[in-house]
Design a protein around this ligand. Structure first.
Ligand code: NZQ
Ligand code: ZN
Length: 383
């Protein structure tokens, strides 16, 4: 195990009806800006619950943080927050609203343009306190300090992270997820699964406890995914899904182990260039990545195949192939396509991703060998 320092300050408030607790958590003297997406919370009753809880607080509202939050929208939120002297933020929605609000929290304390903070998060020296009410299990944003911000004008999508942008608290009520479109449910399941994979499918024998913890989340998603796709209003299943998503990306499975993240970085380019939903990009890229890197990752693929899919028969090569097929079939069983060609995306995009990685001189993965050239090979494997 490698050395590490771990700290996660976010308080979780979990369960039915727990939105009513937010009033107790936000000091009465704060001027709160509530940040929202496009309106789903008005239709499912979450907005009313939040307003009721905060009826004695001073609040203003900012609507319209879109999926894959855009810097132009967040600049408007920052301008409003500065004008109104906001000193607390409450994000109500999915990962996009929470991510966007993290940048707003930092941007309210920064003189320059907030895009600079995305490009260079070390410029974030402090932030306005932020909290969240999560309505979509997927990103883990409710209990981590990262965010992913898009700039549609230039077809860019970049992640940032800062110790100053952890939510103070996050409310997770599984009942808020009943109204999700089934495509978002499927994407959330895959996002959770691949978050764990980015921290697990690397080097073998680094930590038994991290491996078992990660496998526990993978196994849970494999077990509950099909039932959730049939009926997403089963409280106990959605509760496990919500907690799995949070635990998948709050630092608890990455202590002292190497991480990959190449699937995510390639996926972000597909969203930036074509608008594909985040989790869907991962369902396409991850099986392709396993195919291209199967030699490097062979021992870990075998461990994963045996422990999650009970694959024990055949040669090493056969077991690896069966494991990759099972993984892709699982994503497809949730109703997602897993091939770029099924989305009518072809070599032009693949060449553009390669060019972007080369221009940026980046190389991802636990061995820092996923260069532009390797990313291209991975995407060709998804055609
Ligand atoms: O905008 P509204 O009307 O709220 O609708 C949203 C949106 O259209 C809808 N929705 C959310 N909760 C709902 C609901 N509809 C009905 N009922 C509900 N309860 O779902 C749509 C998608 O929402 P969005 O927030 O975009 O999805 P998600 O939570 O998957 O977030 C995706 C963003 O998070 C980033 C992604 O790159 C993407 O930009 N990520 C953030 C991470 C992080 N902060 O750590 C890590 C992830 O890997 C990911 O990259
Ligand atoms: Zn993700």
């Amino acid at each position: 195990m490698e050395n590490f320092i771990f700290k996660n300050p976010t308080q979780l408030i979990f369960g039915k009806g727990m939105i009513s607790k937010i009033a107790e958590e936000i000091p009465q003297d704060k001027k709160v800006m509530l940040t929202f997406g496009g309106g789903s919370i008005k239709r499912n009753g979450v907005y009313d619950q939040v307003c009721k809880s905060l009826e004695k607080h001073t609040t203003i509202e900012f609507w319209g943080i879109e999926s894959n939050p855009d810097i132009s929208t967040l600049r408007k939120a920052i301008a409003l927050g500065k004008k109104e002297n906001i000193d607390y933020l409450l994000a109500v929605g999915g990962g996009s609203v929470i991510d966007g609000t993290k940048l707003v929290a930092a941007g309210l304390c920064y003189e320059g343009d907030s895009w600079e903070l995305v490009l260079n998060p070390s410029l974030i020296k402090t932030a306005v306190p932020l909290a969240s009410v999560l309505t979509l299990p997927a990103t883990g944003s409710e209990m981590n300090c990262g965010g992913v911000i898009s700039c549609r004008e230039n077809k860019l999508k970049y992640s940032f992270a800062s110790p100053h942008t952890f939510p103070v608290f996050s409310v997770l009520d599984p009942e808020t997820t009943y109204s999700l479109p089934s495509h978002q449910v499927a994407c959330g399941l895959v996002d959770t699964f691949v978050h764990v994979m980015e921290q697990y499918m690397t080097t073998i024998n680094q930590s038994r406890i991290m491996d078992r913890w990660a496998e526990g989340i993978l196994q849970t998603i494999v077990e509950i995914g099909p039932s959730i796709m049939k009926d997403q209003t089963q409280y106990d299943l959605m509760a496990d899904f919500m907690l799995s998503a949070t635990m998948g990306l709050n630092g608890f499975v990455s202590m002292g182990v190497t991480q990959d993240w190449a699937t995510h970085m390639i996926g972000h380019e597909l969203t930036a260039l074509h608008g594909l939903t985040h989790g869907h990009t991962l369902a396409i890229v991850f099986p392709g990545l396993l195919r291209v890197l199967k030699k490097q990752k062979s021992d870990k693929i075998l461990q994963y195949g045996e422990r999650i899919w009970n694959i024990t028969n055949g040669s090493k090569e056969e077991k690896i192939e069966e494991t990759i097929v099972k993984t892709e079939t699982f994503f497809r069983s949730l109703g997602l396509t897993t091939r770029l060609s099924e989305e009518s995306i072809g070599v032009d995009t693949i060449n553009e991703v390669e060019k972007r990685f080369n221009d940026r001189k980046v190389a991802y993965g636990e061995n820092e060998n996923v260069t532009g050239e390797v990313a291209k090979e991975i995407l060709i494997n998804t055609l």
